[in-house]
Design a protein around this ligand. Sequence first.
Ligand code: ADP
Ligand code: MG
Length: 389
Amino acid sequence: MNLQELSTHIAAEFQKHYGRAPRWIVAAPGRVNVIGEHTDYNDGFVLPMAIERYAIMAADISATPGKISIYDAAFKENATIDISAPVTKGSPKWSNYIRGVLCGFQNRGVTIPALDVAFMSTVPLGGGLSSSAALEVCTATLMEAATGEAIDPIEKALLAQKAEHDFAGVPCGIMDQFISALGREGHLLLLDCRTRKTELVPMSDPSVALLVINTNVKHELSGGEYAERRAQCEEAAKNLGVKSLRDVTPDQLEKGKGKLSEVIYRRARHVIGEIERTTHAAEGIRASSWPSVGNLMYASHASLRDDYEVSCQELDDVVEIAEDIGYKGGIYGCRMTGGGFGGCCVALVKTDCVDAITKKIAAEYKTKTGIDAAIFASRPAAGATIIKG
Ligand code: ADP
Ligand code: MG
């Protein structure tokens, strides 16, 4: 469903459930990170894109004061949130993403209106495409619509991030909420995780699209791999005498190589190289230099696989299949995206070849792994929007 169809659908769901038409409809997208992996906690750059998959809410003022009723139209489940006092954590689990945002608005001194809400999401849940940020930013956008007061989009993203920290218990960075709140149709968002400065990067050439390939595997690791990588980056920065790896150029890393163990050196080489690849990719996208952007994506994958060691067989399989299809078959580049050890790959492809590539990757991935991949294409979508109201 495109956004217009989705909007019509949620309006009908609202009408069915509450017996009247909604007054407001708002939506916020999920995202895929095109390049810039494991750079965020090193003060580096990330380059996410909003995807044409959204959390969407239809709402109206409720006759019952002090409460927000929420109907999950996909799972046919209801939640009631008490807004007459400071909003707290509660059940069901998914309501916490919403509760956290409501609490954030209360902390800004906003009186939350009593509402009836119907919602659903076309962002796959738990697939690394940030259904959580979409839900948070969608809720924040509903608050803007219902109170008639827009807030600064960066403050809005930070409020949503805080909701995820405090109410979902996930210590995420700023990327997901920033792109969902600040994305613009036909653009990627280059985000400096040190300064929080953002730059919209136009990608208006309709001949290319991003293909998201979900491996449908998630390897649970007991070793605290993520915390270990963070600690290794801190160690590298400390030994090189800088605050973070953002402050180190590839040249400086080579000069300081003697101060690092072999593993720490490779971890640092990934981060420092990836930060450089990310800014170069943004330049390449601006110039519509698709083959060079694609090569940066392949290089990013190799670095995550070999130096950072956060890939897995299935992600490597997808990238290998993409490399075999190659430029002639319409693929410029492909890489794992997200934290690693499963989840999704992202490929830069020719729009004309999307259907053929999708079929080919699905078939070959199934042959190699026995698993069905979930694959969809997206052009850079808009960030959070008030569709009605
Ligand atoms: P991701 O953000 O990559 O999808 P997370 O684990 O951060 O993965 O968030 C997934 C969780 O968000 C789900 O387990 C669920 O609790 C919640 N969630 C997000 N959107 C919805 C929705 N439309 N319906 C129910 N739960 C949702
Ligand atoms: Mg999430």
